[in-house]
Design a protein around this ligand. Sequence first.
Ligand SMILES: [Zn+2]
Length: 527
Amino acid sequence: MRPESMQHTLTAAAIAVSGIVALVAARTPGSQAQAFDVLITNARVLDGSGNPWLREDMGIRGDRIVARGRLAGATAARVIDAKDLMVAPGFIDVHSHAVGALRGAELRDARALLLQGVTTIIGNPDGGGPIDLAAQRLSLEAEGIGVNVGLMIGHGSVRGAVLGNAIRDPDPAELDRMKGIVEKAVADGAFGLSSGLFYEPGRYAKLEEVIALARVAGGVYASHIRDEGNYATGVVASVREVIRVAEEAGVRGVVTHIKALGPDSWGLSKTVVADIDAARARGAQVFADQYPYEASSTSLGAAVLPGPSGPEALKGRLAEPPSADQLLKEVAENVRRRGGPASIVIASGRGAPGLAGQSLQQIAKTRGVSPERAAIDILLGGGASIVSFNMSEDDIRLFMRQPWTMTGSDGDLSLPGPSRPHPRGHGSFARRLGVYVRERGVDSLEDAVRSMTSLSARVFGLTDRGELRPGAIADVVVFDPATIQDRATYEDPFGFATGVQWVLVNGQVAVADGAATGVLAGRVLRE
Ligand SMILES: [Zn+2]
């Protein structure tokens, strides 16, 4: 533990003790009434531990929870009547692409996240993001942000900075430079290493390189695995890579946005779950995160042509009839692998102007060409991002029920416009609770809330968050389990979630009576 976090823990312990004193005092008849900055009354407290709710009040001073219990007679500058709704720790999104968007004036208040109850996001996933985390932190802090942000250091970015897109191993000096970048990022507060071994340039790394860097990073290793379906390595062997990194580097391995991609791989969730359980039984720290949708989202290039898929690479392959023929076959096979041309829908992109919301099948039909040819033409025009329907509900549910699965979004934030991004950025957390708990009964409310609060906080080492206890930071969400609902759809991905009534971020009211207040109470967190 670093001296700084040690100090935090000691402070937290001191506050925890005073919180207990406050609690005892409040319970003693005739004792002086407690005064808080914020008092939440009439709450069903779902504390994030997985325990069923308790009817309690909660007192907050500054940015900390200082009392929980029956706080009769207590006073506060602001009293929030929870009206018997659930009061839970603020939700933690462990896989977010929204950090860049938070730097923009129109999105920095993070209202789309707050209205789902999200108070903390972990950024730089999939091996990406900048390598200078100090600069990234400053840019976020400069104008303020609506939610807390934790940062990872991306393996792909580190490799790219040293090796570019080279398809080879680093030599010892290059590996040392990569380690140096990771070391600096850790000193700047990184929570661990993220990787995207499906993408360029991460895909060119052998696992030994990743293990060496994960060892330097410590903390969490969160990986977009080499193959989520059956492109080459296969989902089962790719999950085993995460297990190996967790075991050999001694870190917490996270299979990020866990899934079995494409009809050929449906049902393999059983093998993956058995492998992770076996690894955990022999002492490896292995976890997963998941977003609650049957569609994923990525670039068309990565989906239909993993590896080099830029116009230059394509033009080279199209120049000769045999290689052009091979290219078309390869793309056709990858389109089939992901569920066929009707299941791949354009989100946005330079190569597909005016085509957002249309499937590859529709585009091919309009143009009178094959779906694979349509895909190649879009790539030649500059590519596109896609929404790709490729998961089975049985796999989603099995992964969701595992006690080691956290909730994430994999989402980004953008303003309404012609593009049709995946709705997960605006809806994941509300959908997890509204659709998967309430409508489909996949798991209990307390388990689902645990998957997005205390589990995530413990895995990522967010010592003071993810639970509602005296001494913890006051990231709090008040929501109605009967009405919480995602309103973002594939057709209209910008709808704000409903059912979240109040949100506190670091003790400040960020959502009041169902409306975002615009307060920029978020912080950039450090490991
Ligand atoms: Zn990913």
